[in-house]
Design a protein around this ligand. Structure first.
Ligand SMILES: Nc1nc2c(ncn2[C@@H]2O[C@H](COP(=O)(O)OP(=O)(O)OP(=O)(O)O)[C@@H](O)[C@H]2O)c(=O)[nH]1
Ligand SMILES: [Mg+2]
Length: 240
């Protein structure tokens, strides 16, 4: 039996995207399964996902009662995966920003790594398509800021398309992870790096969503601004 991989896709109002993205993911490799973590989307995404799961044993869904944030959605997904026999666990957005056809490259790279990150900014290149300049500047400067404060040796510290080897998630205290917005990505990278895991960045091209709406907010940015200081503090104290 080949080792199984789970692609976790958190959703909030992604009704147009879910029926297209899930089959696209599953077609990349027979070892793949999908877990949708839906936060009671008012547009009925959860129901659409349930119908798909009923028709295909490789599709799974968990529901939460309201919009509780991306970070806690992933934590729930990680715990779900660790309670089962998945060897590799992916994070991926539902909005086609992440190039699905690169999943086989992640599976190849993880053979010699513990975490594989799809990076938009490897070697100073900027591989982002269709973002307004303001959003690009925000993301790029957030990366420089996060790197300079935490010393995290990554080009794309806030990347959201990645694959973890199971042991990485097993070794992180998931109940201790604090951040919920895009700081969540920084925090997971930081914790994995501090534990000495092998982190590899592979270049990807990130494309802005075509369907549905963004959940980016000022609150998410604010959380990122102070969270990196907290991580640095934890690092100094040897807490993570
Ligand atoms: N379950 C759950 N999913 C969420 C939540 N917030 C965002 N998501 C999902 O997380 C993924 C990333 O969210 P996006 O809205 O694309 O956020 P973003 O990528 O920062 O913003 P965009 O620029 O619009 O792409 C998408 O699949 C969303 O549906 C949440 O609170 N709960
Ligand atoms: Mg997005």
């Amino acid at each position: 039996m080949p080792e199984k991989a789970l692609v976790i896709i958190p959703t909030y109002n992604e009704r147009e995207n879910v029926p297209r993205i899930v089959p696209a993911v599953l077609s990349q490799d027979p070892s793949l399964e999908v877990l949708i973590v839906d936060d009671g989307s008012p547009d009925g995404t959860g129901q659409v996902a349930d119908e798909m799961a009923a028709a295909d044993p490789r599709i799974h869904v968990v529901h939460r009662t309201g919009k509780l944030g991306l970070g806690t959605a992933y934590i729930m997904g990680f715990k779900w995966a660790l309670a089962r026999d998945y060897a590799f666990i992916f994070e991926m957005d539902a909005d086609f920003s992440h190039p699905i056809e690169r999943i086989p490259d992640f599976l190849r790279a993880i053979e010699n790594a513990d975490v594989v990150i799809g990076s938009r900014y490897v070697n100073g290149l900027i591989n982002v398509v269709n973002w307004p300049m303001s959003r690009l500047i925000l993301s790029y400067s957030a990366n420089i800021y996060a790197r300079s404060i935490t010393k995290l040796p990554l080009f794309d510290a806030t990347a959201g398309f990645k694959c973890f080897r199971r042991k990485v998630l097993e070794s992180i205290d998931l109940d201790d992870v604090r951040s919920n917005g895009y700081a969540f990505q920084i925090e997971m990278h930081y914790r994995a790096w501090r534990k000495g895991f092998r982190i590899v960045e592979i270049p990807i091209v990130f494309v802005d969503r075509a369907q549905g709406t963004s959940k980016m907010s000022k609150k998410i940015v604010r959380e990122g601004v102070w969270m990196v200081w907290r991580l640095r503090w934890w690092g100094l104290r040897g807490r993570v």
